[in-house]
Structures are given as structure tokens and as C-alpha cells.
Design a protein around this ligand. Structure first.
Ligand code: MN
Length: 329
């Protein structure tokens, strides 16, 4: 695992307000740091120093929030999803702002991301994390695995496996989060699934999945498969394991999501992504969500941020349905 110590010089800086972002709360939610029995909490992680090609996801949280509708009334969240034919009016939410990161300190950043997500879980609240590059899911998985006392499964939408081969120095970049999480005992590969994998990568990433019982639906397979079949395979693999959803926006084809650092052609439409979420997730034991790898600089007409922002609303529909089902039982 990473070195957990935070140098004194950094500790002093952490109390300071972030100066590079003026935050507009997601969806008009209350922007605050104290919890009052919220169902979910939005957390921004403006981190992009582990990208391997084009950087810029530090502005992901800002651009995703900017595209959000104001759906909050005095009594809480209220919006109707036409696609799901579901009224979301049983959730209370908040936006806690961004993790106060300090550039140049990779391991300190991992520690701070872990602490911030753990803080949300300690308040029995579901985290919805806006990235940031994909390494941020590694410390997120640590927080979940500690909160639930076991390795956590994931439903992972991406064009890349993000399990780049072990090397002696255990480096951290946005291609390694799930290899690191598995090595540290945070990831339950036997109930996890990766969807949309494609492009030009070494074989060892698929070998890693096979070796550890992690299911992979490649892009080629998914293009030939119905959405119903994909949803069924996700549900079979996850079963009743506690699971998080981690969504790298490069799961989409670059025609739908150009605003990202390592796009790969041959991907999926916004509709397909939303429909898989709608069909696969309700009823699963979903403990949290993230959306990562959104950049501003490569995002003409803010299309990628718009997709990501509405993806969060799809997540809220799932949370709302699951909460309603629990209350019926
Ligand atoms: Mn990824």
C-alpha cells in the first residue's frame, strides 16, 4: 500500500480553501461539510497527475457540476426520469466540495482521497465521486473495503482494463488502480466485471482478469450482445456482493465523449451506457459510484461533461429505487 504519512508542511496547507475552483454545488444540492443523515454525497476529486497521455481531468468535477440541472427543492431531491418512468423524491443529498489536494504529492493524494471517501461512508452515506483520473478509484476501494470489512466488487465501464502489469516499484498511474487494489486486498475480483474493453494493449491485462475470476465483456462482445444480455451477465457476476460502479467516460466512443485523455474508437453511445445502468443496477447492493476521466480541454460543446452529469442522475434513480424497495420490504 502507499505511504500513509502526510508531511507536516502539507498538513498545514490542507486547512486552506482551494483557490483554483469556485464550486457550484451539483444539482443545487446544499454545499456543506457536515452530515445530517443524507442518502448520498457528491465529492469532487480534481486529480490528474497520474494520466499517461493528455492531462486535464483535474477540471472534471467543475465541468460535471456545471452541466447539472438544479433538481433540489426545500424538501430534498425531486426529479422525474422519463426513461426509467421513476420519480426520484425520496433522497436527501449534499455536495461536500472537492478534496483539497496538493499537486506533486502522489501518495499524500491517495491518502487524502481515501480519507475523504471514508468520511462519507462513516456517516452511512453513499459516495458519488466526480474525478479525476482513474487512479482515484484505488484509494476509494480501500475506503469501501474498510467500511464493509471485506474486499469490494466493482462494475467497471472502460475501454481499458487498468490492471497494468506488476513491476518491482508498484507505480501509481491511471492504468494501475485495479492491480494495486487487488494486491492490497481491497478488490473482490470474483464478483467484479469489466465492460467495454478494446484497443491496443498487451495480453497480460486480460490474463489478470482470467486468473482472478474477474469477468470481462470486451467491446467486440458487447457490440454483438443485447443490452438485456449484458445486464443479465453483470447481475450474475455480482450476485449479492457489495459493489461499486466505476465509470471511465472512455467507455463511450470518442464521438460521444471526446473530452477525455485516452479515448479509444469503437466504443458505445450515451444511450447504451444509460440503458445498461438502468437495467443492470437496480436491486444490486450498490455502495457507491464514480465517474472519471472527464476533461474540459478536449470537450467541444461540453458534451462529455453533459453525459457525465446526467450519468450521476442515472445513479440517483438506482439509489432511489433501491431505497424504495428496502422500505417496502
Ligand atoms: Mn480507466
Amino acid at each position: 500500500m502507499w505511504n500513509e504519512s502526510i508531511p507536516e508542511s502539507v498538513k498545514k496547507m490542507l486547512g486552506e480553501k482551494s483557490t483554483n475552483l469556485d464550486i457550484k454545488a451539483y444539482g443545487g444540492l446544499p454545499l456543506k461539510e457536515t452530515f445530517e443523515h443524507e442518502d448520498f454525497c457528491i465529492l469532487g476529486v480534481p486529480y490528474d497527475t497520474s494520466t499517461t497521455r493528455r492531462a486535464g481531468t483535474r477540471f472534471g468535477p467543475r465541468s460535471i457540476r456545471k452541466q447539472s440541472y438544479n433538481f433540489t427543492t426545500d424538501t430534498g431531491v425531486c426529479f422525474y426520469s422519463q426513461d426509467a418512468d421513476h420519480l426520484v423524491n425520496n433522497l436527501k443529498g449534499m455536495d461536500i466540495g472537492d478534496v483539497k489536494l496538493r499537486s506533486g504529492y502522489t501518495e499524500v493524494s491517495l491518502q487524502l482521497i481515501y480519507q475523504n471517501v471514508k468520511n462519507i461512508l462513516d456517516h452511512a452515506t453513499v459516495p458519488i465521486v466526480l474525478g479525476g483520473d482513474h487512479i482515484i478509484t484505488y484509494p476509494e476501494l480501500r475506503a469501501y473495503s474498510e467500511a464493509y470489512n471485506r474486499p469490494i466488487a466493482m462494475i467497471h465501464f472502460d475501454s481499458h482494463n487498468d490492471t497494468t502489469e506488476q513491476s518491482a516499484d508498484r507505480f501509481y498511474n491511471h492504468g494501475t488502480p485495479f492491480r494495486r487494489a487487488f494486491e492490497d486486498g481491497f478488490l473482490d475480483t470474483a464478483h467484479s466485471i469489466q465492460i467495454g474493453i478494446r484497443g491496443y494493449m498487451d495480453k497480460h491485462r486480460l490474463a489478470f482478469a482470467n486468473e482472478h475470476g474477474m469477468k470481462v465483456i470486451t467491446a467486440r462482445e458487447l457490440h454483438k450482445m443485447s443490452i438485456e444480455e449484458c445486464a443479465a451477465q453483470i447481475r450474475t457476476q455480482v450476485g449479492d456482493a457489495p459493489v461499486i460502479v466505476t465509470f471511465d467516460v472512455d467507455f463511450l466512443d470518442p464521438i460521444y465523449a471526446p473530452g477525455t485523455g485516452t479515448p479509444v474508437a469503437g466504443g458505445f453511445s450515451s444511450y447504451e451506457a444509460y440503458e445498461i445502468i438502468r437495467q443492470a443496477l437496480p436491486g444490486l447492493d450498490v455502495k457507491g459510484f464514480d465517474i472519471v476521466e472527464v476533461t474540459e480541454d478536449y470537450d467541444p460543446a461540453e458534451l462529455t461533461a453533459l453525459f457525465a452529469s446526467h450519468l450521476v442522475m442515472q445513479y440517483l434513480v438506482v439509489l432511489s429505487k433501491n431505497k424504495a424497495d428496502k422500505e417496502v420490504k
